[in-house]
Write a protein that binds this ligand. Structure first.
Ligand SMILES: C[S@@+](CC[C@H](N)C(=O)[O-])C[C@H]1O[C@@H](n2cnc3c(N)ncnc32)[C@H](O)[C@@H]1O
Ligand code: SF4
Length: 300
């Protein structure tokens, strides 16, 4: 029997597919972003897991002989836990699973407000080396519209703190989040935020609404904007062209290969900027000459 009892559903970044998922909290402490339905079911009401249960699960994993080298702390923002609790969890992982060389977590900028760079550096020393941050956009109008509860500035402060502590950052930006009306400013300001922050990894996903887009659309109406609609493929490629053109990154691994994307892009920015831009332009002007994901192949 698997040594951990999960409260489903459990989400993790695609790159953590090999990792042991340690659910140290249930749900998301914010849970207000209007595009996100990940933790909205009754079972996923936010709650930190009790320390003795976490310890028991780590011990059971060790006993089971699972030899994982990577651990992902779930759920939606495990970094909301106080510094002391995170330190205890990392110490337990070190003690019982000494082969683990990387621990990572989703992180909201506000999760770091009450943690100093020195404290984050201490967590980094204990193995917590990678933060996944859903910035989603660098545009303050878009961020307010989607109720992210963050701004360009708060996101930048958190990304800088992560870097100063010696941790790596992996940022997610959502293509299509501003609809057609805010598409351009969303792309330009997201690139600006990334240029200032210089994250280690950057991935883009296409905003999708498996449970419907009514809740999301209401924000646009209340803000007296044009009603929201999802971008067409061509509009998504135009937004990507603007984003890539505006990006000025030194060494960031860029991935636009999540199942929500029509066009798969992978490379290192800035080295591969022109190659990636050429691929996007080909998709824009000669879509029949590029391999695009079909609608049925896409998902969240
Ligand atoms: C499980 S969430 C947790 C991340 C963390 N709470 C944060 O906001 O930084 C992971 C990411 O999934 C993506 N996501 C959530 N809902 C989405 C949607 N409707 N369409 C596309 N991507 C979505 C967002 O980029 C989000 O940051
Ligand atoms: S995107 Fe992240 S912060 Fe926003 S509701 Fe979803 S899990 Fe929570």
């Amino acid at each position: 029997m698997y040594p951990i009892k999960y409260i489903e559903p459990v989400f993790r970044p695609p790159s953590e597919w090999k990792s042991l998922i340690l659910q140290v909290t249930n749900g998301c402490s914010w849970n207000k972003c209007t595009f996100c339905d990940m933790y909205t079911s009754e079972d996923k009401k936010f709650r930190p897991k009790k320390m003795d249960q976490i310890e028991q699960e780590i011990i059971e994993v060790a006993k089971s002989g699972i030899t994982t080298r990577r651990v992902f702390l779930a759920d939606g923002d495990a970094m909301m836990l106080p510094f002391k609790r995170l330190k205890e969890i990392l110490a337990l992982i070190k003690l019982h699973l000494p082969q683990v060389s990387r621990v990572s977590s989703y992180c909201l900028p506000r999760n770091l407000g009450n943690k100093t760079v020195e404290q984050l550096a201490e967590l980094q020393d204990l193995g917590l080396t990678l933060m996944y941050i859903g910035c989603e956009s660098g545009d303050d109008q878009v961020l307010s519209l989607i109720e992210k509860g963050e701004t360009y500035q708060s996101s930048l402060i958190a990304l800088n703190k992560i870097k100063q502590a010696g941790m790596k950052s992996s940022v997610m930006i959502l293509n299509g989040l501003g609809g057609p009306e805010l598409s351009r400013q969303h792309a330009i300001n997201s690139a600006k935020l990334m240029n200032e922050a210089q994250p280690n990894y950057l991935s883009t996903l296409v905003v999708s609404f498996p449970l419907g887009e009514q809740r999301f659309g209401e924000g646009f109406i209340q803000a007296s904007l044009q009603p929201f609609r999802q971008l067409t493929q061509q509009e998504l490629f135009t937004e990507m062209e603007i984003l890539l053109s505006e990006l000025d990154l030194n060494k960031t691994i860029f991935r636009s290969d999540h199942a929500s994307n029509y066009l798969v892009l992978k490379g290192v920015l800035g080295a591969d900027k022109e190659t990636l831009l050429n691929k996007v332009r080909l998709a824009l002007h000669q879509p029949n000459d590029v391999n695009l994901r079909q609608e049925w192949q896409r998902g969240l």
